[in-house]
Design a binder for this molecule. Structure first.
Ligand code: FAD
Length: 498
């Protein structure tokens, strides 16, 4: 087996995954020759429009001008997610991006707040989260434009038009030398050692490469069909397996957050862009038919339909070995967790970023693949547990779907986390973990879990009058947010003008 530096990479698929992979490789490894094969006849999945803050890092890493990107992709800003009806029908909570609480002291703000609440304080936790307060008021300014202010701890992401993102990144990658080949892959030829040698297109053309990145979506034509990579199915914990998606005209200025509203057998999303709104209904086909799910969605959406309702089937889980021999599966070809916390595009970025950190030689060293797979599967598992958290704490018992979740035994690691939080308000944070303590605190609180006690460090803080200090912090934040432009005005002033 030769150990020469990699020179040629073939990416199969030109959805969000394929073009993010192409853009990152072209930018960070211009020495690699990259060919991307995709088929306009097959098309892309076309959903995937809500992102999380690392997406902004991806744009910066690529050296993309954020305002230009926002203008081209008709993007709007996202400060978090509003969850409606998940704990009980009629209740809502917010999962904000960025910090909760001003750094009043060196103690964890949540612990101080718990201490105050134990003494009868009634201010809501989200009144201290800059992103949540801006979202509630429909206002927006990025923290980097207001660093030493009460909103300095907020973070943000974007709502994007998926088709325009793929187009934007395609242009970016092609300008940097990526070659796009139009064609349908019909066959995959293996070498005697089981590595992929080349792909064969329907018109007989062949594309050979030293390394292949499978971005062919749920078809997984290399990682799944050709190599037979096994899939760890998580349908036991995540019951939803279908979605209906539809686009509508906007009925007002876009809100700076994603809406996730629970439904009888799943939930619906509303993702507001500048030029239209993306809507979808994610549901469990064991509990609801496509027709019922479509009727519920159409009953809830506002604005005229821009597209007809489109059903999407999906399977939840991840390949045991996303990197197998000389094939790396990325995006839907690697795995999928339902889009409740908008994590799929992030996992694409993460997958390529790790791969480039581990860049193999032509020998595709097994040790690198093993470590890559360990880390990526851990990421998927941590995200899976965070998503299950949103469901398994429900108190709803109004439908078989919600009763199934209420009675579910959560995955072991999640059960341990919930128990630890209940006992002492603690969240064990892995170094590389995507969702940090504030995210877990937001969802636990939103789903009605209040720790039995606060941490002793909060008692040791010398604060003469904690409720008064908290009230000052809360009103300072609220007053500041009132001076911030509306989300629509911010886009008009800073983006449309760019
Ligand atoms: P696809 O978009 O399916 O692209 C596959 C590509 O492979 C296409 O170019 C296709 O032409 C090509 N291809 C396939 N077979 C062949 C062949 N034989 N020959 C040649 N080319 C071929 N993610 C988020 O981050 N946020 C969200 O809000 C979000 N919402 C979602 C909602 C739903 C209902 C679903 C199902 C997913 C959602 N996702 C979301 C995930 C997101 O859509 C995907 O992660 C993202 O679009 C990447 O998809 P992909 O590129 O892997 O696959």
């Amino acid at each position: 087996m030769t150990r020469a530096p990699l020179k040629t990479v073939c990416i199969v698929g030109g959805g969000t995954a394929g073009w993010i992979a192409a853009a990152l490789i072209a930018h960070l490894h211009p020495d690699l020759s990259v060919e991307l094969v995709e088929s306009d006849d097959i098309g892309t999945i076309g959903v995937g429009e809500s992102t999380i803050p690392p997406f902004i890092q991806l744009l910066h890493l690529l050296g993309v001008n954020e305002s230009e990107f926002i203008a081209e992709c008709q993007a709007s800003y996202k400060l978090g997610i509003e969850f409606r009806d998940w704990h009980h029908v009629g209740e809502r909570y917010f999962h904000p991006f960025g910090a909760i609480g001003t750094p009043m002291t060196h103690a964890d703000f949540y612990q101080l707040w718990l201490r105050a609440v134990a003494d009868g304080y009634t201010g809501a936790l989200m009144d201290f989260a800059p992103a949540a307060v801006m979202a509630r008021e429909g206002r927006f300014t990025p923290a980097f434009m207001a660093l030493r202010t009460p909103i300095g701890g907020a973070a943000y992401a974007l709502h994007v038009d998926a088709k325009r993102v793929a187009r934007f990144l395609r242009h970016y990658a092609e300008e940097r030398g990526v070659v796009r080949t139009e064609g349908i892959v019909t066959d995959v030829a293996l070498r005697p050692d089981g590595f992929v040698d080349r792909i064969v297109l329907s018109d007989g053309r062949q594309v050979a490469a030293e390394f292949f990145i499978d971005c062919s979506g749920f078809r997984a034509i290399l990682a799944g069909k050709a190599l037979g990579g096994a899939f760890d199915d998580w349908g036991e914990w995540l019951l939803c397996d279908r979605a209906i998606a539809v686009q509508t005209e906007n009925v007002g200025p876009p809100s700076p957050y994603t809406l996730a509203e629970a439904q009888p057998a799943g939930w619906r999303w509303r993702i507001p862009l500048q030029h239209r709104t993306g809507n979808g209904h994610v549901f469990s086909s064991r509990h609801m038919s496509d027709d019922e799910a479509t009727a519920i969605l159409l009953d809830k959406v506002e604005g005229e339909l821009v597209t007809q309702p489109m059903p999407v089937a999906f399977r939840t889980g991840v390949r045991f070995r996303p990197w197998d021999r000389n094939v790396l599966a990325v995006g839907l070809a690697a795995g999928f967790i339902e889009p409740l916390e908008s994590t799929a595009i992030h996992l694409i970025y993460r997958g390529i970023e790790y791969f480039l950190r581990f860049l193999p030689t032509t020998a595709c060293e097994r040790e690198l693949a093993d470590e890559y797979n360990r880390r990526m599967v851990t990421d998927y598992t941590e995200i899976r547990d965070f998503i299950v958290l949103h469901y398994c704490l429900t108190q709803r018992d109004d439908t078989p779907f919600w009763r199934a979740y209420r009675d579910m035994t959560p995955p072991e690691g999640l059960a341990r986390r919930i128990a630890l939080f209940r006992a002492a308000g603690l969240i064990p944070e892995g170094v590389d973990e995507l969702f940090r303590a504030v995210s877990w605190q937001s969802v636990m609180e939103g789903m009605g879990v209040r720790p039995a006690r606060h941490h002793a460090s909060a008692d040791r803080m010398a604060i003469d009058d904690l409720p008064r200090e908290l009230d000052i912090a809360r009103s300072t934040l609220s007053r500041y947010v009132a001076t911030v432009p509306s989300h629509g005005d911010f886009i008009a002033r800073h983006v449309a003008a760019a």
